[in-house]
Design a protein around this ligand. Structure first.
Ligand code: FAD
Ligand code: EPU
Length: 338
């Protein structure tokens, strides 16, 4: 068992918050899971499972045990002429998996290129980008129950996936270690360019019959043009979810604020662009000493050097307040606050 006591967390969270954990334990081998969980369950301490730390904000030192998921391995569970089902260990790097699929001609993940983090976290908040959500690809999530080390597999339907949500973030929160995820991918040429920005990027590149590699390259280019690279500027991607509101409020807002982007998500509901709401409140590009709101994407809060998690959290509270005041809409944080 590899354990580090009183361990620095700065390189384990993409916000780059310099705090500490009472203990960090590395999970490198599936055969060690039971032994590690029985050790952890003997301690009267809180447990936090961490992948790449790209969707968390530490607001203080963590007086508990962090289990760092480094489980590796990709295997083919089944395959025919049209599709393949992969089982991918939770510690695999998400973007490396996408590149593996693109190289092997397995279609489905290319729109999710360049999302930071590891495979085990992907079902947690049903990661999504550019017209695809990971729920479209997952057949099963394989887990170990933390309390008794028993194995449980959840089918796609059992995961109750929703926009940036699943049972692992709601009813089953902090109860399961995700050890691997099964994905169904297509071996036939199939692409999804429903998200307008992808088409514009492909047109700009003079590509009329795009391959999955072309789509992946376009997504990488779009993302790189507006999202800060966490290796250079601390951040956790979108700090808030895009709010979903009922039609009545949506129509009222459209009259008062005609340019407000609105997207139909269900018969009586519309999704708003949180980035637009935040920008209209004057927060975009705002910098307070060493942290602030990104200048190219108002949904992204950034740590330029040594901000504390509490400062970033307080900034997010200020943003929530002003959006509520101007639009009567309540923003919900997407990032997990620790
Ligand atoms: P972590 O931050 O380590 O963990 C996130 C949560 O999952 C925590 O609650 C943790 O306890 C839990 N968890 C992690 N692994 C396990 C496991 N094996 N078992 C049980 N629980 C676990 N997200 C999107 O959806 N779309 C985007 O386009 C997107 N773009 C981003 C861009 C940037 C620049 C950044 C920094 C982030 C972005 N994100 C995006 C958010 C983030 O990348 C995803 O949420 C990602 O899936 C987090 O993976 P992680 O391994 O870093 O998770
Ligand atoms: N917008 C603004 N100002 C801004 C940012 C955005 O007006 O500062 C407007 C844009 O002009 C556009 C709309 O908001 O009309 C949507 O913007 P964008 O396409 O950039 O997407 P988003 O809604 O801001 C969401 C996800 C991202 C994902 C992209 C692409 C959420 C919370 N965020 O962002 O996911 O990559 O779509 O699909 O759903 C993440 O979850 O961490 C994340 C980065």
């Amino acid at each position: 068992m590899i354990s580090h006591k009183n361990a620095p967390l700065k390189r384990h969270n993409t916000f780059g918050i310099a705090c500490k954990a009472a203990e960090i334990i590395e999970l490198n081998d599936f055969n060690e899971v039971k032994e590690l969980l029985s050790y952890i369950n003997e301690q009267p301490k809180e447990l936090l499972i961490l992948g790449g730390g790209s969707n968390v904000l530490f607001t203080k030192d963590f007086d508990g045990i962090i289990l760092l998921n480094n489980l590796k391995g990709i295997s083919i569970l089944s395959e025919n002429a049209s599709e393949v089902i992969l089982r991918v260990a939770a510690g695999e790097i998400w973007h490396e998996l996408v590149m593996y699929c693109v190289e092997n001609g397995y279609a489905g993940m290319e729109n999710l290129s360049l999302i930071p983090g590891k495979v085990g976290a992907s079902p947690m908040q049903n990661i999504g980008a550019y017209g695809v959500e990971v729920k479209d690809l997952i057949t099963q999530v394989n887990t170990i129950k933390l309390s008794d080390s028993s194995s449980h597999s959840f089918s796609n339907a059992e995961c109750k996936f929703d926009y940036r949500s699943s049972i692992f973030k709601t009813s089953h929160k902090n109860q399961y270690l995700i050890t691997s995820v099964d994905f169904r991918l297509s071996k036939l040429p199939s692409i999804n360019t429903s998200y307008g920005a992808i088409n514009s990027e492909l047109e700009a590149r003079n590509i009329s019959n795009p391959t999955i590699k072309d789509v992946s390259d376009a997504v990488i280019a779009i993302r790189s043009s507006k999202l800060p690279d966490p290796a250079k500027i601390g951040n956790a991607g979108s700090f808030f979810k895009n709010p979903v509101i009922d039609m009545q409020l949506a129509e009222k807002l459209k009259i008062t604020f005609p340019p407000m982007p609105q997207y139909e998500v269900a018969e009586n509901f519309r999704k708003l662009a949180a980035g637009w709401l935040i920008e209209q409140c004057g927060w975009k590009g705002k910098t307070i000493n060493n942290y602030g709101v990104h200048k190219l994407q108002a949904l992204v809060l950034v740590n330029y050097s040594d901000a504390t998690g509490q400062q970033i959290f307080d900034l997010s509270s200020g943003i929530i307040e002003s959006v509520k005041e101007k639009f009567g809409v309540l923003l919900e944080r997407e990032v997990n606050i620790i």
